[in-house]
Design a protein around this ligand. Structure first.
Ligand code: ATP
Length: 245
């Protein structure tokens, strides 16, 4: 279970997240949606312990991630697939992560196989396509066989096979009783993958519930229409909108 309670985070004049509360329960995939700049990444980073809240707190299975004895076993994190050192191979990257987190080297082989990056595992990560980098990011997130996972745009750059693979993987992980919280701008994919949806606008919670709840609330037929109905007043960056002179 991931809990976000009254989370507020400011960067200078910008309030990135504003008194946000929601939960991602175990056993389901929770989709995390919102326009550009609505605070999704900041919230995910706070859950991962990478952002210090100004107010409120985040908990993973009952405690802030910093209080967990073995973070990677409690929470798998994919925030930026391009954050791997470009000169390092996938194998070296995953081995280093495993070694510093007390994880058996055997698990490195397992996640490489699971994510289908075996044929490129010895190549420098800087030469990877975005899709390969995403697969490596997912391998890193799964390394600790974690009870909960947060993934920021994990299907960005994946080919159709890769998208279907991620969908099935996340659904299997949830079916095993794990907590899965995933952000994406791809509405049709969210509709396929997520059981529950959380929608943000300007750092605030706009909606939380099952897809059926959201469709009933907005009286539309698709997640995309529900999303547009809920966020239309909360879109900060709109095509054609220029700041006043
Ligand atoms: N380190 C930072 N310093 C200053 N401002 C920041 C920082 N991180 C985020 N922000 C600002 O906080 C707001 C929320 O950003 P955030 O990246 O959390 O949104 P997002 O919903 O993930 O956006 P996107 O969909 O574009 O990835 C934005 O206005 C952003 O410019």
């Amino acid at each position: 279970m991931i809990e976000v309670q009254h989370l507020t985070k400011r960067f200078g004049e910008t309030t990135a997240v504003d008194d946000l509360s929601f939960t991602a329960p175990p056993g389901v995939v929770t989709g995390f949606l919102g326009p550009n700049g609505s605070g999704k990444t900041t919230t995910l980073r706070a859950i991962a312990g990478l952002v210090r809240p100004d107010r409120g707190e985040t908990r993973v299975d009952g405690a802030p991630i910093a209080q967990h004895a073995s973070g990677m076993r409690s929470l798998g994190v994919l925030l930026d697939a391009r954050s791997v050192h470009p000169g390092r191979s996938a194998l070296d990257h995953l081995r280093a992560l495993a070694a510093t987190n007390g994880i058996d080297d055997r698990r490195v082989r397992e996640v490489i196989e699971l994510t289908g990056i075996g044929s490129v595992a010895k190549r420098r990560a800087g030469t990877y396509s975005l899709g390969m980098a995403q697969r490596l990011g997912i391998a890193g997130a799964l390394l600790g066989d974690p009870r909960a996972l947060i993934l920021d745009e994990p299907i960005n750059g994946l080919d159709p096979d890769g998208v279907i693979w991620v969908r099935q993987l996340l659904r299997e992980l949830a079916a095993e009783g794990r907590t899965v919280l995933l952000s994406s701008h791809l509405m049709s994919e969210m509709e396929h993958t997520a059981d529950r949806i959380v929608i943000l606008g300007r750092g605030r919670l706009l909606a939380e519930g099952s897809l059926a709840d959201l469709l009933a609330q907005t009286r539309v037929d698709t997640l995309e229409d529900a999303y547009l109905a809920l966020t239309h007043r909360a879109v900060e960056y709109q095509a054609g909108a220029l700041p006043a002179a």
